[in-house]
Design a protein around this ligand. Sequence first.
Ligand code: ADQ
Length: 461
Amino acid sequence: MGRLVVVSNRVGPLQDTGRAGGLAVALVDVLRERGGVWFGWSGKISEEGTFSPLREQSSGNVRVATIDLSETDYNEYYAGYANRCLWPTMHYRLDLTDFDRKFDEGYRRVNERFAARLKPLLEPDDIIWVHDYHFMLLGAQLRAMGVENPIGFFLHIPFPVPEVLTALPNHAGLVRSLLAYDLIGFQSTRDASALRRYLVEEAGADETSDGAMHVLGRKVHLDAFPIGIDAETFAGYAVSGEGQRNFRRLKTLLNGQIQMIGVDRIDYSKGLPERFRAVERLFEDYPENRGRVSFMQVAPPSRSEVRAYSDIQRTLEGLTGRINGKFSDIDWTPISFLTQSLPRRALAGIYRASLIGLVTPLRDGMNLVAKEYVAAQDPEDPGVLVLSRFAGAAEELREALIVNPYSIDAIAEALQTGIRMPQDERKERWERLYGRITKTTAASWSRTFIERLTDAAEHGR
Ligand code: ADQ
């Protein structure tokens, strides 16, 4: 069995810090099983940039190797192309894109350098698994350097329909580079069909009998591999010492009142202003909830060097102030807005103390918070998940209350339905949801992808 080489923008950590997400843990598990290398950006900016010496760290049979970025690389590749061109386009926000050709050049340059720095680390039997929108060109560049190992790509964010993707100035080049991968994986069938449709309409592709595509002289394998969490471990977090402490703290504070929870990075794709307005609408349309129900949003800032991100934090602070000013009483505040990140065990306890989990992104590849919320519930008295139809998770989590995140009225109505839902119905829905999240886990996700990649590389290029 060959080693596994994982490439992603940010790497690690190899040890459980109590803060790392389920994805990092899943990847460490498969890396340990096969032995291998995790290669990516160090998170540091230095003058030498991608020419900097390799930063290395090993734990058992797993080696982590990273390089720095120069300030220009960071601005053009990361803050520029990845986060001002690809992220908004893939999330259907063409109004927020900034197509500057310098970003394009920076993205290509950094992908090339990562390929060049990765090549000497490779062994002939390695399987290479590239992650996410930062490295769409990497496979093609490795091939151009003569690398023949199986190379797979998994996109963690949505893949937009051709009508949207074709607004990206170099979409043809980007997609052509993707075709160098032996297997292209997406979060949902919706995303996989968007690429299929693009290949047919823009590149004259034909579908083969095994579901692969013949395009530009190549056979390309693509499919949906919905990412999961380690649900049982996360359920354990909710009843761990730290989980229970947070659960009790909150329950004491709530004193019989109902709590609704939202947990997201601050990002315009997460539908946060719409969610805050929906909470306001709940108190307007169903005034019996005033003094009885409150909403907590935990949202640490991210990518604040990009204007659209800092703007949204100000909007949310404004909305919190306005809504609290309008409805608060001496012993009740409708919204608390926390801009910090919390340890995972504490988070699990907070999910469990909340009757409603609000996950309402305008677009999301999957959304792991939806799955974590379900995992953390008390099986005897579970809460209700209110989930956007535009999250990849909605394809699987069909027993959630599925909403249109653009409709403030629809969200408010679902909140009211959730608040009033009898315990029997909550249990019935939750049992089905829990069944689904324990079936596809983080571990089964990575194993399935690697198996399919090995297969695709063996049987058809
Ligand atoms: P993200 O956009 O970051 O991920 P998501 O899937 O929800 O979105 O994952 C966020 C993770 O960060 C969750 O594990 C959550 O618990 C954690 N988190 C968020 N806020 C936190 C806080 N305040 N404190 C502590 N932890 C917090 C991208 C894609 C998603 C896709 C994932 C994985 O955008 O669609 O599901 O990758 O593929």
